[in-house]
Design a protein around this ligand. Structure first.
Ligand code: MG
Length: 253
């Protein structure tokens, strides 16, 4: 199923997509949510980021072709960094181009949404038990600031983590087509089978470093084809079985 978070009539809710309508859910999507109330036509809602994570754990250099295009060797272990949860925006919200950067890139990525607390998972643990589903994330990066510190500045400006449009459950992350379009032109095209470190491996590995909480997001890295965006551009990230995350770029003010 596809779970959306939306605002309708002043209330924020989750709902499951039916025929052109969202069936609102009662309770938490991290437990056993049940449908409640009348369907709401999707045209009447404002879609929001599907979750508000306590943290976003990002994986750098996780596709061979992207490592090559950046002139980097392949990592022996996952290269992790954090993106600030305050960077999250939803579908159709604007990415704000910071005045202090002159090179802001898109990075289309498959993101994992955690369902239940994961701590210290062994290699024998079934990571799928801890995963609610999958969504798209644009790991927006101020490339010219990336060498200034430990990635934090370059990756965590407000609006630098577009997320959505929904959480797709019942999806096998091992082989999903992933594409990024800039103003309708294809810029990235790959498949998650080219991930160096798989989704289950990443969940277990990260859980042994920091406790993953319900709603936390792991973003799995970007394939080749990253490039700059300008104010006025539109970026669409499309992942098989999930849908398309669309955002425009604007200057502040
Ligand atoms: Mg990235």
């Amino acid at each position: 199923m596809k779970i959306y978070r939306f605002e309708h009539g002043g209330a924020v809710r989750w709902g499951v997509l039916g025929d052109d309508a969202l069936l609102p859910l009662a309770g938490s999507i991290f437990e056993d949510p049940a449908p409640e109330g009348d369907p709401i036509p999707i045209g009447e809602v404002r879609l929001l980021a599907p979750v508000q994570p306590s943290k976003i754990v990002a994986v750098g250099r996780n596709y061979e072709d992207h490592a090559a295009e950046m002139g980097n060797p392949l990592p022996a272990e996952p290269m992790l960094f954090l993106k600030a949860p305050t960077a999250v925006i939803g579908p159709r919200e604007a990415i704000i181009y910071p005045a202090v950067s002159s090179r802001v890139d898109y990075e289309g990525e498959l993101a994992v949404v955690i369902r239940k607390t994961a701590h210290g998972l062994s290699e024998a643990a079934d990571a799928a038990d801890y995963i609610l589903g999958y969504t798209c994330l644009n790991d927006v990066t101020a490339r010219d600031l990336q060498e200034k510190d430990q990635f934090t500045r370059a990756k965590s400006f407000d609006t630098f983590a577009p997320l959505g449009p929904c959480i797709a459950t019942d999806l096998d992350p091992a082989s999903l087509e992933i594409k990024t379009f800039l103003n309708g032109k294809l810029r990235q095209s790959s498949n998650t089978r080219h991930l160096i470190f798989s989704v289950p491996f990443l969940v277990r590995f990260i859980s042994r470093i920091m406790t993953l909480l319900p709603g936390d997001v792991i973003t799995t890295g970007t394939p080749a084809g990253v490039g700059p965006m300008q104010p006025g551009d539109r970026v669409d990230i499309q992942i098989e079985g999930i849908g398309t995350l669309s955002n425009e770029v604007r200057t502040a003010g």
